[in-house]
Design a protein around this ligand. Structure first.
Ligand code: ATP
Length: 309
């Protein structure tokens, strides 16, 4: 049985003067879903999220959150939603506990002490609760942002670029955290990074200039990125025999020689064949080898240029 629809967005539009920030977007997010909202700067992600969270009203279309209409039942919608905006509010001089207490009171949480204890434990903030927010690392600040979004135990979480500006370790921690809290909630998160969608999301929507380009699963999306799992190899010496051997592998779509010693190996299935290539390199001197990730920007360019749409 398919789980319950918690966010139902139908044909929403929003313009700012001549700019069509959101131009006819529709999607549904179910309980248990982590829904990735992908698009370059200015695509309309934040505007759509502000509409869902009742910070902005759409010009046309409808949004229902847990069955409540965002235009006519905004109070009920706000109670169901936790929101991490793109730039988390400052409140730098407050301690973590003080800030969470403030948010709990603003949200009318009945037992604020229990709620604070719950979100501190969930987001791993125990050792910094008495620190002021301004003294925390970026990763911890983001966790405080997540904790405040979770304080009233919402069914729907809206996270605007939750890992933006974090180092790889902090990114991984926040991604793990999102995965852990996903059970029983519907999560919508926006990002520029295709790889993040693969790691965290079970569905993804790509938007550009306010319009939907693709509504798909991350696996399918990664497969569409032309450079995903392409191996970039730089040898010390030219080696024609090796190029022929790699090209002859049944998984190899083509080997592109940028120069005699700089090659790009494109796998047919866009799977990772680094180990096979490494095995073939034994005894040879290599300058560098790297597996390309497949960036959203690349996929984006391909889709908008119609290469693989
Ligand atoms: N309040 C506003 N007034 C005028 N134009 C706006 C306003 N908010 C957004 N826009 C414009 O609407 C378009 C979509 O912006 P939006 O912030 O939703 O994009 P985004 O996908 O979230 O981008 P980013 O990744 O940069 O945050 C952009 O052209 C932006 O300049």
């Amino acid at each position: 049985m398919e789980s319950e629809i918690l966010v139902d967005v139908k044909n929403i539009k929003k313009s700012f003067g001549a700019i069509k920030a959101v131009d006819d977007i529709s999607f549904q997010v179910r309980r248990g879903d982590i829904f990735g909202f992908l698009g370059p700067n200015g695509a309309g992600k934040s505007t759509a999220m502000k509409i869902i969270t009742c910070f902005l009203e759409q010009d046309a279309g409808s949004v229902h959150v847990a069955g409540h209409d965002t235009l006519t039942e905004s109070l009920a919608v706000r109670q169901k939603i936790g929101y991490l905006p793109e730039s988390a509010p400052a409140y730098g001089e407050m301690t973590v506990t003080g800030f969470l207490q403030f948010v709990a009171e603003a949200r009318n949480v009945a037992d604020s002490a229990a709620a604070i204890a719950r979100v501190v434990e969930m987001t791993g903030l125990e050792r910094v609760v008495h620190q002021t927010v301004e003294t925390l690392s970026k990763g911890f600040k983001r966790r405080v942002g997540l904790a405040q979004a979770l304080i009233h135990d919402p069914e729907v979480l809206i996270l605007d670029e939750p890992t933006d500006g974090l180092d790889p370790n902090q990114k991984a921690l926040v991604q793990d955290l999102i995965n852990r809290i996903a059970r029983n909630k519907a999560i919508i998160l926006s990002t520029h990074i295709l790889d993040e969608v693969e790691r965290v999301c079970n569905r993804a929507l790509i938007i550009s200039r306010g319009q939907m380009l693709v509504d798909s699963t991350p696996r399918e999306l990664m497969g569409r990125a032309g450079n995903h799992n392409v191996i970039r190899l730089v040898l010390r010496e030219p080696d024609k025999a090796l190029a022929d051997k790699i090209s002859a592998q049944n998984w190899c779509e083509r080997l592109v020689r940028q120069t005699e010693t700089e090659w790009e190996i494109v796998p047919k299935d866009r799977a990772n064949h680094l180990n096979q290539v490494m095995a073939m390199l034994e005894g040879r001197e290599i300058e560098s080898i790297a597996v390309l990730e497949g960036r959203l920007e690349e996929l984006f360019r391909e889709i908008t240029e119609g290469v693989c749409a």
